[in-house]
Design a protein around this ligand. Structure first.
Ligand code: ADP
Ligand code: ADP
Length: 228
């Protein structure tokens, strides 16, 4: 579902990605684990071309994103949802307005948007909270709004940038449970980055360990746990 080959990213003289190969299979939850500065976030932003890699290719659902022009890339990105550590919600908009935002950008008509927003809020357990403002919600609820918004375009892939790092342990479990349910029920492929081993252990099928812009090791969770 996601195939990155020979990814490199330089920022001036800083080498953020130093030749990364990544293969995420359809329907799996894949975790990239590493310390701060390892290059995880750069990798994630190169997967949806928010950053252009200095070298290498990224294929998502068979399409080489690195070969696309801006207009085609915008269309391809609708099939890739993303959630963020600090949720990135628009504080001036209601919960429903936040989830509706990508649908408006796609030109979905109002009646269809309202139906879809209602469905998405139900899906993430926030039915009835559409008229609230983000500041009225807990951290876990804000992340659920982020997830609903990320799913608006009916993506096949969800990218998660430290989505539970700002949450307490119980809320983390609950948000991870939601991601697992979406993976099982929708067949959603999830690529997540984290610095927390417990996140990887609790939801990931596969894991890559990243350090200094490289993947040091990768395999199934069982492989990793067996490693002495
Ligand atoms: P992680 O997500 O694992 O913490 P990052 O991908 O954020 O790691 O960073 C990897 C390296 O690239 C770090 O040395 C970081 O300082 C550098 N870096 C990341 N983004 C930028 C940027 N926009 N400009 C300059 N250097 C950056
Ligand atoms: P905001 O104040 O956040 O901009 P709006 O009332 O202007 O909220 O609505 C923005 C969009 O959000 C609407 O076009 C609609 O698609 C969607 N929306 C708003 N309220 C609801 C709701 N209760 N249920 C479903 N969708 C809604």
């Amino acid at each position: 579902m996601i195939q990155a080959c020979g990814l490199r990213k330089n920022y001036g003289t800083t080498v953020a990605l130093d030749g990364v190969d990544l293969h995420v299979r359809e329907g799996e939850i894949y975790g990239v684990l590493g310390r701060s500065g390892a290059g995880k976030s750069t990798l994630l932003r190169c997967v949806n071309l928010l950053e252009r890699p200095t070298a290498g290719t990224v294929r998502v659902a068979g399409q080489d994103l690195t070969a696309l022009g801006d207009a085609e890339l915008n269309r391809a990105r609708q099939r890739i949802g993303m959630i963020h550590q600090h949720f990135a919600l628009l504080s001036s908009r209601t919960v429903a307005g936040n989830v509706s935002f990508p649908l408006e950008a796609m030109g979905v008509p109002r009646a269809e948007r309202e139906r879809r927003v209602g469905e998405l809020l139900e899906l993430v357990g926030l039915g009835g909270r559409g008229k609230d403002r983000p500041h009225q919600l807990s951290g876990g609820q804000k992340q659920r709004v982020g997830i609903a918004r990320a799913l608006a375009g009916n993506p096949s892939v969800l990218l998660s940038d430290e989505a539970t790092s700002a949450l307490d342990p119980a809320t983390t479990e609950s948000v991870l449970g939601l991601l697992k349910r979406l993976n099982a029920e929708l067949g959603l492929t999830i690529l997540l980055i984290t610095h927390e081993m417990n996140v990887v252990k609790s939801v990931c099928d596969s894991v890559a360990i990243m350090s200094g812009g490289r993947i040091e090791e990768s395999g199934t969770i069982a492989d990793l746990v067996r490693t002495p």
